[in-house]
Design a protein around this ligand. Sequence first.
Ligand code: HH2
Length: 272
Amino acid sequence: MTSLLAELRYPAVMGVVNVTPDSFSDGGRFLDSGAAVEHGLLLVEQGADLVDVGGESTRPGSDPVPAGVELIRVIPVIERLVAVGVAVSVDTMKSEVAAAALDAGARMVNDVTALRHDPRMADVVAAHGAALCLMHMKGEPKTMQDDPRYDDVVAEVSGFLEQRVAVAVAAGIDPDSICIDPGIGFGKTLAHNVRLLKELDVICEIGPPVVVGTSRKRFIGSITGREESDRVAGTLATSVMALEKGAAIFRVHDVRDNRDALDVAAAIMRLP
Ligand code: HH2
């Protein structure tokens, strides 16, 4: 099977479905699998090219969830979305969850630890011929926002991502199946997040398609003073600017608005 990344139209919109009680912006809304499936279908109708299903929050301060709980949350949702032809990625750092999700038809693993949490993850992704998103995170969700520091955030994040791509390829994962993500908000201050977006072209020059996840995040609230549910306009500014810098995949909650903003920006960018 060809890589999911080769099949996507770009810019690609990845809609977020969190089957969790505690995600920072939609926690508890889709814990029921029927509600989660319905929401995933709505996101596709609104223009999502793939749906990212997660059963463990990684928001700052969050606690880990056992694999058994994550499985119960995500597998029924993935099965039902796949059954109606939706391209699904699974947001997990556990190989057991990734394997079950891929067996259920998911096409991509979105590992926010970039293969560092679970030594078996690379083999699972390689064996299934799945796509893989490698994200940068400094520290762990529980403590990552406790005074994160960098000498040069762009150099550190891009060096890390280059190294993790090399690890993934050495483990037998097809280079054309890999995408990379600077991990906006994962062990980063407002200044770090804004700097990474300003110099996103450096990350894009590494080669693999770049994923950005700015949707409704705290740094947007720090700039605008708005609550999570009221950060769509701020998110759209980041999506359009990231597109201009070369980002390919946009992980968002508000699919309809991001789809429109990206399509209009892309139409302007396509002009000679
Ligand atoms: N952000 C979140 C979760 N997964 N994956 C990638 N690749 N990039 C991101 O920026 C990213 C991610 C956090 O957002 P959300 O899923 O809405 O919240 P929570 O982790 O609380 O479930």
